[in-house]
Write a protein that binds this ligand. Structure first.
Ligand code: RB5
Length: 148
């Protein structure tokens, strides 16, 4: 599996810990930054990661900012991206099984690193169930393809 990851200044620490964890799991990591001590703008990192997922350059994406909210809003503007903002283990599993989410967003200022790493691990290793969920995900894709 190949995963792109990005954060703003509020998510640097957690991003580095997730990168380390993914490498230990044998996942190929594309880390797009930020390498920032100063304040940066989350869309500058959300969009490149989301585009890599949408173009099929990577299998999945992970985005970290202070809340995860700005990253998830920005990533979901990219066609083909289903970004889930997740801060609990139940949702991490369910969004893979039911929504086939291809980008995960979390907020470093919301949860601690222990839970965040577990969420990332569960999200990375849970398969999409398809079936009735496929019909629902397809409806999102159909809307996306017809909207201006
Ligand atoms: C940065 O201060 C903060 O606004 C950002 O990390 C994120 O939480 C936005 O949604």
């Amino acid at each position: 599996m190949k995963v792109a990851i990005g954060s703003d200044h509020a998510g640097v620490q957690l991003r580095q810990e997730i990168v380390q964890m993914m490498k230990e799991l044998g996942i190929e990591v594309v880390d797009i930054g930020c390498e920032c001590g100063t304040s940066v703008d989350y869309p500058d990192y959300a969009v490149p990661v989301a585009e890599k997922v949408a173009k099929g350059e990577v299998d999945r994406g992970i985005l970290i900012c202070g809340t995860g909210i700005g990253m998830s809003i920005a990533a979901n503007k990219v066609k083909g991206v289903r970004c889930a903002l997740v801060h609990d283990l139940f949702s991490a599993k369910a969004t893979r099984q039911h929504n086939d989410s291809n980008v995960l967003a979390m907020g470093e200022r919301v949860i601690g690193p222990g839970l965040a790493l577990e969420i990332a691990k569960v999200w990375l290793t849970t398969e999409y169930e398809g079936g009735r969920h496929g019909r629902r995900v397809d409806k999102i894709t159909q809307y996306e393809n017809q909207s201006v």
